[in-house]
Design a protein. Structure first.
Length: 152
């Protein structure tokens, strides 16, 4: 068997979740969420990781990512958090990067095809619900968030 098959066999799927410090709603602007999602995809592609689903809610990030099985979970989460933090800073977040994320995180290995599909559907559902909540909040505030996004 060639090296591609061996490398593929060593890769694992991870369901990863982490929150902003004190659940601060940093990602309440849809454009910022989309920008950060693109940066996560770009960062993962540079490391030869595959992101199946990504959901950035106003106060947390959730991913389904395939990465090397030799990488520790803590290193995986640290690199993912760093990628999103860099994107947030580039987008103009004014604050200490150490204050951006909560110290706690959650990461589980997903082994079966059915498990991967269940996590993918779960993340898709959360993304849709998050988008509806943000839209409802914007309408409730007289679309001020949308006006601010437009003038930025």
């Amino acid at each position: 068997m060639g090296p591609y098959v061996v490398a593929r066999a060593q890769a694992k799927w991870y369901h990863v979740l982490w929150a902003t410090r004190r659940h601060r709603r940093i990602f309440k602007i849809p454009a910022l969420r989309r920008f950060c999602e693109r940066e996560v995809l770009r960062s993962c592609a540079a490391r030869h990781w595959r992101v199946n689903r990504a959901s950035i809610a106003p106060d947390h990030v959730r991913l389904l990512v395939r990465a090397s099985g030799q990488l520790s979970r803590s290193d995986l989460v640290r690199e993912l958090k760093d990628a999103v933090a860099r994107a947030v800073r580039r987008a103009g977040f004014e604050g200490s990067p150490s204050r951006l994320w909560d110290d706690r995180w959650w990461c589980a290995t997903v082994a079966s095809g059915r498990g991967i599909e269940a996590v993918r559907r779960h993340i898709e559902g959360l993304s849709a619900a998050s988008a509806v909540q943000v839209a409802e909040a914007a309408v409730g505030k007289g679309c001020q968030a949308l006006k601010d996004d437009h003038h930025a």
